[in-house]
Design a protein around this ligand. Structure first.
Ligand SMILES: Nc1nc2c(ncn2[C@@H]2O[C@H](COP(=O)(O)OP(=O)(O)O)[C@@H](O)[C@H]2O)c(=O)[nH]1
Ligand SMILES: [Mg+2]
Length: 495
């Protein structure tokens, strides 16, 4: 099943285990090992597999993942003999004759598989691993590719860090290829993918318009994706800050200290569990948006880890606003930080003051010392004074009193986004967003501290409105701010 002839095709060739399949997976964002098999075991790719670049249901380009060269030297020898018999013919005739002679036979199975599409007009991407030295026996396959006369580009992948023969490789590749580019299958980001496609357009003039169109569509789609990512983060904050855990105490319970203690613990547990669930769900959405959802190892483990760290001391040291900025943001937003809390019931209503005290106390025990992740809850009762209704006393908890809570959530979302957007699809190792690892460095790594003053004000104001239970405050400027930061992260600007 191949794409129509009008779609540019490129055969990806080179020796086995040079990262051909990995490069393709990264290029077309295919994280599933079912569809693009990547393996440290040589010889996993045994057929020519078409790998389309599909956007909006349309195939824009098609790559062919090939097994790679196996016996290039004897193949070239055969072609040289053949060419000697017909010195007037173009070299590609010898390549064509070679394929016709050996097709379907075992001797040059791999060579035939990869040369066939090239003879039919596919361009060539030749992949080498420059962490290994160049050896003269590579020239045979490079010579064969030159004989085809097709537009061809060499791609330098660097598989093993700390070992670098790029300069040497470049010299040799320059003799055989129209262009040499570097592309790291495990590190390439969106900008590098676009650069690679631009290079393909350069070497293949006939396909230039098609490839240019592809680049344009990709850019548009990427920007739309960023918009959706900003929405995901906005909804995460909205949902978390609006959430209240509720419990109903009977009149009798509300007067009993042991019951109040138990209920307050349950409330706190309910609250934190639900917030973690909300965060994990939004994380999953983001993962899917950036096409990592099929990736088998984006498993619950990473979400669990994500979850367990939200309320940890380390997280609260690494993320959120530094104290001075927090105070300033609060002041600018028209409320002193933390002042919006305590609209709880005080001692006026049945048992309420005590319940709040208990929760605050529990949090204090949980997080001793001058804890940042202080989970004191706002606990407004029902009605103006949290009065008792027919069924009992409704107690609500959330969000935490600490004004850094939304900033911590926001920073974590930015951090997740950065991990996801920089994750190359060609990687097949476990994808874990390890907040704890980052936090262990003991530095503030959140981005919110780098926001512009006006942006912090806009966000703080919105946070306060949500925390106060105002439904659906205006989100335009909030969205703009989040989208701007996401763009900055995409472009790799330092936090
Ligand atoms: N660290 C690292 N490993 C890579 C890179 N590219 C490929 N690999 C690994 O090298 C092995 C072979 O990769 P694969 O794409 O299957 O090579 P192919 O046989 O040329 O298709 C796999 O274990 C890959 O994970 C890279 O850029 N960095
Ligand atoms: Mg392969």
């Amino acid at each position: 099943m191949t794409a129509p002839a009008s779609i540019p095709r490129f055969a990806v060739v080179g020796r086995v285990n040079k990262g051909k399949s990995s490069i393709l997976a990264t290029l077309v964002e295919e994280a599933s090992n079912e569809r693009i098999r990547i393996s440290a075991v040589p010889g996993e790719t045994t057929l020519c597999q078409p790998i389309p670049l599909v956007l909006g249901g349309e195939t824009l380009l098609e790559f062919l993942d090939t097994p790679g060269f196996n016996r290039a030297r004897p193949a070239l020898d055969w072609m040289i003999k053949r060419a000697a018999k017909r010195p007037e013919a173009a070299k590609i005739e010898a390549v064509r004759a070679f394929v016709e002679e050996h097709r379907g036979k075992r001797e040059f199975q791999d060579e035939c598989l990869l040369l066939e599409p090239v003879i039919d007009g596919a361009g060539i991407l030749y992949v080498v691993d420059a962490s290994k030295p160049f050896r003269p026996d590579f020239t045979a396959e490079m010579e064969i590719l030159r004989w085809t006369g097709r537009p061809r580009m060499a791609l330098i992948n660097l598989i093993t860090e700390g070992s670098d023969y790029r300069a040497e490789w470049r010299q040799h590749l320059g003799e055989y290829f129209n262009l040499t580019r570097e592309f790291n299958a495990h590190q390439a980001r969106f900008a590098e993918r676009i650069r690679l496609l631009t290079s393909l357009a350069e070497i293949d003039e006939a396909r230039h318009p098609n490839i240019a169109k592809t680049i344009q569509i990709l850019g548009r789609e990427w920007a739309q994706r960023r918009g959706r990512a900003a929405d995901v983060i906005l909804q995460l904050l909205e949902t978390c800050l609006s959430y209240r855990a509720t419990r109903t105490l009977s009149r009798e319970e509300s007067g009993r200290e042991s019951a109040r203690g138990r209920i307050s613990r349950e409330l706190q547990e309910d609250y934190t569990r639900r917030i973690k669930e909300i965060e994990a769900a939004h994380h999953r959405q983001m993962v899917a948006l950036y096409r990592h959802q099929d990736y088998e190892t984006v498993d619950d483990e990473s979400f669990n880890r994500l979850a367990t760290e939200l309320f940890s001391e380390e997280t609260w040291q690494a993320f959120g606003l530094p104290p001075a900025q927090l105070a300033l943001a609060g002041a600018l937003a028209g409320a002193a930080s933390g002042a919006a809390v305590d609209l709880a019931t005080g001692g006026h209503t049945v048992g309420m003051g005590t319940v709040m005290g208990t929760i605050a106390g529990a949090a204090g025990v949980l997080l001793k010392g001058k804890s940042l992740a202080d989970l004191k809850m706002k606990i407004p009762g029902t009605g103006p004074l949290g009065q008792v209704n027919a069924g009992g006393v409704v107690v609500k908890a959330g969000p935490p009193k600490n004004p850094n809570f939304p900033w911590v959530l926001l920073d974590r979302a930015f951090f997740q986004f950065e991990q996801i957007v920089t994750r190359a699809h060609g990687r097949r190792d476990v994808f874990v967003i390890d907040f704890a690892q980052m936090a262990r460095e003991g530095q503030r790594i959140g981005r919110s501290g780098h926001l512009r003053t006006e942006e912090r004000r806009v966000l703080q104001k919105w946070f306060l409105l949500l925390a106060e239970g105002k439904s659906q405050p205006e989100t335009g400027p909030v969205y703009e701010t989040i989208a701007r930061v996401l763009e900055e992260i995409e472009h790799g600007a330092a936090s």
